[in-house]
Design a protein around this ligand. Structure first.
Ligand code: DC
Length: 233
C-alpha cells in the first residue's frame, strides 16, 4: 500500500476499487461517535482506502507539541511539519502515521493530544494546509473527519454524519483513556464546543445516532444508504 506523504502528491489507490472509481464517501461526526471504526468497516466492505483527517490534525499537534511550538503559531508549525514530513498510510483496517521509519500512530490518541488538537485544528492556515493535502488524493476513498462533507469534499457522492450523546461517547472513550467516565464526558463536551464551528453536519448528510446501534449496525446503515454504483464502462 502506498502512503500519502504530507506535502507531496502521491496516488494511493487500492487495486480493488475500480467498481467505485471516482467515488468519495464522507463520514463526519462528533468526537468519539465511532467515525474511525465505522469508516474502517465501510472501507473494508467496499475494498476502498479510508482517510482519517483527524489523524492528520493529531500528527501535526504531536509534532508541534514535541517541538515546543506555540499552538497559535501556525506558520512555525507548518514550517516544522514540512521540514519533518509525516506519511499517512491509509489502510482500510486503520490508518497509520509514520515519520521516516518511526511510527507515530500509538502516540496520537493520548489525553495530551486530545487537549491540544482543537486549538491547532482551529487555525485557518493549518486547516487550509490539511485540506490541500486531502484534495490532492485520487478517489475512490472514504474520508472521515468533521468537515469532509461540508468544506473539503462538498460534491461527495454520499455523506454521513455520526452523533451520539456525550454520556454514550464518554463510556466508549473511557475504555481507551485513563480518565473515568465523568471526566471523559466533561473533556468531550469541552472539545465539542472547541470543534463546533468546523463540525456542523452537511445539509445533505444522513445523520446517524450511533448510540442506538452497535458498530456493525452503523456500518450496515451506511452501506444500505449508498447510492447504486455506476456500471463499469
Ligand atoms: O476525529 P478526531 O477526534 O480524531 O479529531 C481530532 C481533532 O481534529 C478534533 O478535535 C477535531 C479536529 N478535526 C477537525 O477539526 N477537522 C477534521 N476534518 C478532523 C478533525
Amino acid at each position: 500500500m502506498k502512503t500519502l506523504e504530507l506535502g507531496f502528491d502521491e496516488d494511493h489507490n487500492s487495486q480493488n476499487c475500480s467498481r467505485l472509481w471516482g467515488v468519495i464517501i464522507t463520514i463526519d461526526g462528533v468526537a468519539a461517535s465511532g467515525k474511525s471504526s465505522v469508516s474502517s468497516g465501510v472501507a473494508r466492505a467496499l475494498k476502498l482506502p479510508y482517510i482519517s483527517s483527524g489523524l492528520l490534525y493529531r500528527a501535526v499537534t504531536l509534532l508541534a507539541l514535541d517541538a515546543g511550538l506555540s499552538p497559535h503559531d501556525a506558520p512555525a508549525i507548518l514550517a516544522h511539519v514540512q521540514a519533518h514530513p509525516v506519511r499517512l498510510e491509509p489502510l482500510a483496517e486503520g490508518n497509520r502515521v509514520w515519520q521516516a521509519e518511526r511510527e507515530l500512530t500509538p502516540l496520537l490518541h493520548s489525553t495530551r493530544i486530545d487537549k491540544g488538537v482543537s486549538l491547532i485544528a482551529a487555525q485557518p492556515a493549518i486547516r487550509a494546509w490539511v485540506d490541500e493535502q486531502l484534495r490532492r488524493l485520487t478517489p475512490p476513498f472514504v474520508a472521515e473527519g468533521r468537515d469532509m462533507g461540508t468544506n473539503v469534499f462538498p460534491g461527495a457522492d454520499a455523506k454521513f454524519y455520526l452523533t451520539a450523546s456525550p454520556r454514550v461517547r464518554a463510556e466508549r472513550r473511557a475504555q481507551e483513556r485513563p480518565e473515568d467516565i465523568p471526566a471523559t464526558e466533561a473533556a468531550l463536551m469541552r472539545r465539542d464546543e472547541l470543534d463546533r464551528v468546523q463540525s456542523a453536519p452537511a445539509s445533505d448528510a444522513r445523520i446517524i445516532d450511533t448510540g442506538r446501534l452497535d458498530l456493525q449496525g452503523v456500518i450496515d446503515t451506511v452501506l444500505a444508504a449508498l447510492p447504486p454504483t455506476p456500471k463499469p464502462t
